[in-house]
Design a protein around this ligand. Structure first.
Ligand code: DI6
Ligand code: FE
Length: 400
């Protein structure tokens, strides 16, 4: 017998989250996937199915957080204090703080400890209706420690119902032991480690931090070539603090996404659109670093680039575990519209992970990952600050 379930008495967002919601709607779930969704008048309701009355509440796809550094050791409230006292993020990084202090804290933890310390953060994300989370390595910076981060990331779904996608981010910073041997770091850790991680089935995509304080476009190109040779998709932290041309590199490699993008040029916004590379905007980092240059949303919109929003949950530049707040910031700080914010954490975020059609949509065939909210209109999900209206989270058809 197939497991069938029907959610009834729902409101559903209009296509593209534009226009009035569809009332008296339902969702038919079969074997953990969406069989049909829409007005009950048009639905073929199976007889033997379990029914759930949703009391007129709004259903959306479970949200997708497509950029996090959720697995890491320690925390950096000390640096937060220093920044409040006037030191800059780049200055603290150059002085051995920043990413490198989290590297020391991460290397000190076992896989089990990495899992245990990440779970409370994951709980917070999921409590707001998230069903899929991307998690990067990048705080190990040696092969085994990087592998351990991804082993921990994968192990999280043994504890909570969540879909995890992992990204290899050994090109996040050069560790002290390789300071004067950057090329050796790229060869021995970034690329050799990638091969080992891929052989262990730990990698869904390959990422890098392309920035003055991290890796150059030429260095990232080497990493991308290694990824492509393994058949792995790429993505890139680009144009966060300066315009180095990382987004153009990502576009040339058909990247899934280019992320941050505060310093993206108009020409490179067009390159992203042309390549179908999702522009992932990370307002939590913009806010935390008190950045004043917002990403060029008007240019992205004009060129037709797809925009996503994510938490960038990390201990330094974005200690944020609320995707609802990321949406609100996307609207208020970056000027995204309500439909843009909703697409940014559903369909476009799914695309940024290579999961378009699988999650982030209520279309037939998608995984039945659904968030049901105590709100009348999707705009409320963007508008409120610090309020969680989630009523129920459904993961692959089951209450989660
Ligand atoms: N960009 C970021 O905002 C994070 N990593 C990156 O490449 C910051 C990571 C950190 O400060 O620990
Ligand atoms: Fe990041």
């Amino acid at each position: 017998m197939t497991a069938q379930r029907v959610l009834l008495n729902l409101a559903l967002p209009a296509p593209g989250y534009a226009g009035p919601v569809i009332r008296d709607a339902g969702i038919v779930i079969k074997d953990g996937r969406i069989a049909a969704a829409g007005s009950v008048r048009d639905l073929d309701l199976p007889e033997a199915a379990e029914q759930l009355d949703c009391g007129g509440r709004l259903a959306t796809p479970a949200l997708v957080d497509c950029h996090t550094h959720l697995v890491h050791g320690g925390e950096r409230s000390g640096e937060f204090r220093m920044r409040l006292e006037g030191r800059s993020y780049a200055e603290i990084a150059r002085a051995g703080g920043g990413i490198l202090s989290t590297v020391a804290a991460t290397r000190a933890l076992s896989v089990d400890e990495l899992v245990e310390t990440a779970l409370p953060r994951l709980d917070h994300l999921l409590a707001e209706g998230v069903g899929t989370v991307e998690i990067k390595s990048g705080y190990g910076l040696e092969v085994e420690a990087e592998l351990d981060m991804l082993r921990a990331a994968r192990a999280l779904s043994d504890h909570i119902k969540v879909r995890i996608r992992t990204s290899w981010l050994a090109a996040h910073a050069v560790p002290p032991e390789y300071r004067d041997r950057r090329q050796a770091y790229i060869d021995e850790v970034v690329i050799a480690g990638l091969r080992a991680a891929h052989a262990e089935g730990l990698v869904d995509a390959v990422d890098g931090f392309c920035e003055g304080i991290a890796f150059s476009v030429d260095e990232m190109a080497q990493v991308f070539e290694a990824a492509t040779a393994l058949g792995l998709p790429v993505k890139l932290h680009a144009e966060q603090l300066s315009d180095l041309g990382g987004a153009a590199l990502a576009a040339r490699h058909g990247a899934l996404s280019a992320d941050h993008l505060e310093y993206l040029s108009e020409a490179d916004a067009a390159a992203l659109a042309e390549a179908g590379t999702v522009a992932v905007l990370l307002p939590g980092a913009f806010y935390t670093l008190r950045e004043t240059q917002a990403p060029p949303v008007a240019a992205l919109r004009k060129t037709g680039a797809r925009m996503a929003l994510a938490t960038d949950c990390n201990p330094g530049s974005s200690p944020l575990t609320s995707l609802l707040l990321a949406m609100n910031m996307g609207a208020t700080l970056f000027g995204l519209t309500v439909p843009e914010c909703l697409e940014a954490v559903t369909v476009n975020a799914a695309r940024a992970l290579g999961l378009e059609g699988e999650v982030g949509t209520l279309a037939p065939g998608a995984a039945a990952d659904i968030a049901i909210w105590d709100v009348a209109d999707p705009a409320e999900l963007v508008y409120r600050i610090g309020y969680n209206p989630l009523w129920r989270r459904i993961y692959e058809g089951q209450d989660a």
